[in-house]
Write a protein that binds this ligand. Structure first.
Ligand SMILES: Cc1cc2nc3c(=O)[nH]c(=O)nc-3n(C[C@H](O)[C@H](O)[C@H](O)COP(=O)(O)OP(=O)(O)OC[C@H]3O[C@@H](n4cnc5c(N)ncnc54)[C@H](O)[C@@H]3O)c2cc1C
Length: 648
């Protein structure tokens, strides 16, 4: 087969909100941009986002006094102090711009209605008079872990509205989009990324796209949890996987995996946090609101990690509702009324009807926690540039930028995709302007040959080896059973052993269909080893982190340990190496000192080093781990001490 080679200025791998927003920035700066996607862009996972996008507009009564500094505080607390505080600060400042820009792109935001409004707050119906001069401003609802109502929303179809609007901009700017096209390897010379090897999912043909700048925007890796995830089937972590294969670019905090409290049981389809934000509550089998005792202050609106743990504990205590598919709890949104459900939570109404056959205005909704979001990903600096390889960037859920640390707040991901898409896109454009592509085709042809060999190897296997789908399903069971909401050393060790067995099985697995063209089995087989390797980095990272922080909860080490673990896990694993290597870097500059989150446990092991001495080491240590220099110096966008004026 004769390999093909193409060039572009900017190659964006992924057509979700993050990738498309990044491509818009590059195209608007005059660069030729190409976007790759497994599916037509509007079917990217971003389309499924429901409840809202956080930005401190302060447009309604319950949002009064909000601003970027309060948003920064909530985000760092939500992350359980795992976030890079400068990145959280940049994010909080730019989120309002991103929301207003979406309005300009055509997103039909739900709006404030001036005058008397009825809301449900902590189970009580209250009447609030919204100022008439705010009538028609972008509306905001309550979400978990936030001090103010901040989530801007378009009913419960926020991602759908946003992705269609952003994709229309992509079309308007004439960006080349190649859907049903998969990046299967990065092309690099050891210090610079030169593009990607790509496989056409229609023909099975490999070719290379060489670029001045390459952006990984491939979303999360939730599918390593098999059926126990709210994620789409395309969230297999391929972007993180091809970065890991280089052995140069580290992945950050892979063990930081979020579980969402309310997915429909048994299908696992998400029911947005907006339901609880709008006043819905959780009930056990006795129709008791257990969250009121568990978290008196925030109740159902503590952060997701905290609520998920209370739910699992409630079920373990025998208070779940038995079903043929396992125990669940109830989400009660009946009191919100049909009009509210069919307008502000329209998509939830549809999901309950279509996937559970129930009317949520009349019946309780069966829910349980499920894997939802990947805080870990390709480790990048504040410009979004990957550690170790110049010209490689990552944005959105695929990246570990790292504003979420060990727990992302609801609504902060959509906001991240747009904020980081704009910001990283600008850096990508600058990078592309300052670099002439010397098409050293040797690296590209070598990478194509290696990718073709992988496909040939799969197709030439015969005999009675295991099926790739059995391996996929077994992986999901291991991950949810042993690397789930509650973790402990023994189970994590079991998980590592089990994943190693599956890695060996993968080498002996045999395809049922040997067609080289449109062949979903082959396409999945080519991703499977990468998924297993990602799962191994999650399990090993979780085993090594002997503390509890955010979504990473160790029953055998239940305290957050700021003395020993105020750091970020970095993992590298070259394609042909037998095992990954782990390292740790300081989380970033500290401005808001570690403290209580305002929900969850207040017990922790305090850091004894001074914040000044911690901060003094950050630049040196991160640089030592491969961090590339950012355009502005580290710390230049941290508004030091600003939080003191608003902290409660
Ligand atoms: C059900 C659900 C509801 C949610 N609701 C909210 C919410 O209300 N608010 C909020 O803030 N967050 C929400 N989230 C999270 C949020 O939607 C996602 O984190 C975010 O949309 C991810 O966007 P992204 O652009 O990074 O990736 P995605 O939207 O996942 O896009 C990834 C893209 O990469 C492509 N791709 C993947 N691998 C390859 C490859 N190898 N080659 C080429 N292309 C590839 C895919 O085709 C796709 O186009 C929700 C998530 C779920 C699951």
């Amino acid at each position: 087969m004769i390999a093909r080679l193409e060039t572009t200025d900017v190659l964006v791998i992924g057509a979700g909100l993050a990738g498309e927003r990044c491509a818009i920035e590059a195209a608007a700066a005059g660069h030729e941009a190409m976007i790759l996607s497994l599916v037509p862009p509007r079917r990217s996972h971003s389309c499924a986002a429901q409840g809202g996008m956080q930005a401190s507009l302060g447009n309604c009564v319950k949002a009064e006094g909000d601003g970027p500094i309060v948003h920064f505080l909530d985000t760092v607390r939500g992350s359980d102090w795992g976030a890079d505080q400068e990145v959280a600060s940049i994010f909080a400042e730019e989120a309002p711009v991103a929301v207003r820009e979406l309005a300009h792109f055509g997103v039909p935001w739900s709006r404030v209605r001036g005058g008397r409004n009825h809301y449900f707050i902590k189970g009580e119906e209250v009447e609030i008079e919204e100022a008439l001069e705010n009538d028609g401003l972008i509306g905001q609802r309550d979400f978990g872990g936030t001090a103010k109502w901040r989530a801007c929303y378009a009913a419960a179809g926020t991602g759908h509205a946003a992705l269609y609007a952003v994709d229309s901009e992509v079309v308007r700017l004439g960006v080349t989009v190649r859907d049903r096209t998969e990046a299967v390897a990065l092309i690099h010379d050891g210090s610079r990324c030169l593009g990607a090897v790509v496989r056409c999912l229609r023909t099975g043909r490999h070719f290379a796209v060489m670029a001045k700048a390459t952006v990984i925007a491939t979303g999360g890796y939730g599918r390593i949890y098999g059926q126990y995830t709210s994620n789409a089937t395309i969230n297999e972590g391929t972007g993180a996987s091809i970065a890991l294969d280089t052995g140069i670019v580290p992945l950050g905090n892979m063990e930081a995996v979020q579980f969402h409290p309310t997915t429909l049981s048994p299908s696992g389809i998400l029911v947005t946090e907006g339901c609880r934000g709008d006043g819905g509550f959780l009930l056990d089998k006795n129709l008791h609101r257990f969250m009121v005792e568990a978290e008196p202050k925030k109740q159902e609106l503590a952060s997701r990690d905290v609520v998920s743990r209370h739910m699992v504990q409630c079920i373990r205590d025998g208070n779940g509702i038995d079903s043929p598919y396992g125990p669940h709890l109830w989400l009660d949104i009946r009191h919100l009324g049909e009009e509210h459900l069919r307008t502000k939570l329209l998509e939830v109404w549809d999901i309950c009807r279509d996937f559970a056959g129930l009317n949520p205005a009349e019946k309780l909704v069966p829910v349980r926690p499920t894997q939802h979001y990947s805080m870990g990903g390709v480790r990048v600096n504040k410009d979004g540039e990957a550690y170790g390889l110049a010209g490689l960037f990552a944005v959105g859920e695929a990246a570990c930028w790292d504003m979420h640390g060990f727990n992302r707040l609801g609504g902060n991901s959509l906001a991240e995709t747009l904020v980081s898409g704009r910001l990283v896109g600008r850096r990508v454009a600058e990078h592309a302007s300052g670099f002439a592509l010397r098409t050293d085709t040797g690296h590209a042809f070598d990478a194509i040959a290696a990718a073709e060999q992988r496909a040939t190897d799969w197709m030439s296997r015969s005999g009675g080896g295991p099926s790739i789908y059995e391996i996929r399903d077994a992986l999901g069971e291991i991950m949810m059973g042993k690397v789930g909401i509650f973790r402990n050393g023994t189970e994590l060790q079991d998980a590592v052993t089990g994943i190693q067995v599956l890695l060996n099985d993968c080498d002996n697995a045999v395809l049922r269909c040997k067609d080289p063209g449109v062949n979903p089995e082959l396409a999945f087989a080519l991703r499977l080893k990468g998924m297993l390797r990602l799962a191994m980095t999650v399990a090993l990272g979780a085993e090594a982190r002997t503390e509890s922080r955010g979504a990473h909860f160790r029953s055998d080490f239940p305290l957050r340990n700021d003395q020993d673990w105020l750091n970020r896990t970095l993992v590298r694993w070259a394609e042909h190496d037998s095992a990954p290597s782990f390292a740790y870097e300081p989380t970033g500059l500290i401005d808001l000192p570690p403290g209580h989150r305002g929900y969850g446990s207040d017990e922790r092991i305090e850091m004894t080093a001074s914040i000044d001495s911690h901060n003094e080491s950050v630049l040196r240590e991160q640089t030592g781990h491969g961090r590339l220099e950012s355009a502005d110096p580290m710390g230049s966008r941290l508004r030091r001490g600003a939080w003191k004026s608003v902290a409660q």
